[in-house]
Design a protein around this ligand. Sequence first.
Ligand code: GAR
Length: 218
Amino acid sequence: MKRSNAPGTLQDEDQGDAKKRIVVLASGRGSNFQAILDALSEGSIHGTCVRLISDVPGCYAIERAKYSRVPVTVVDYRAFSSKSDYEKALLFAMKECCPDLVVLAGYMRILGNDIVRSFHGKIMNIHPALLPSFPGLHAQRQAIGYGVKVAGCTVHFVDEMMDSGPIILQKCVPVLPDDDEDLLSERILHEEHRCYPYAVKLFCEDRLKIEGRTVRVL
Ligand code: GAR
């Protein structure tokens, strides 16, 4: 629906089809962030990236945001004397954006419970493993070390536990005999860049319904 300024005419918001406000949190290179930015600029996601928040000054995700004219807030973890103070500042920065959706795109810290509860059902994460296998750091290394034949990525909602929230999408890739961590990571990342924008698209179309541990795609 097009916006209209005519008196008494319903606008986007009134029709419930306003673009979703997306805030991205990233700590590093930001290739998943870029995949989402690309999908947004192609118009395949009904949303707007209103801000990138990063805990790492100078990370490459910030360059990507600047290039796409996405406003940036840096909440530098090292500038705070405690995790709790950092989390308060981060929560404040997030709330200021009034997000419909918070996307963790290589955000390498565990979100505190206050933040998770403040945005219940509105925070997504991508993890480079088929959860619940290999949560935590170095998932691809864990997969190689365990000798699995199939690996992949998982997009999930975030709950109070690490890498444990309801699963939205998963995509698998083979683990080949000569794989090392880098080769497997690259193969998984290729799928991440397809999965994550698609999950964000579904959210922005109100097509994800959480029922207990199950996420239904409508
Ligand atoms: C991605 O592989 C993502 O799945 C992983 O970090 C990488 C970030 O890459 N996230 C985690 O391991 C979170 N537990 P990117 O910065 O290029 O998107």
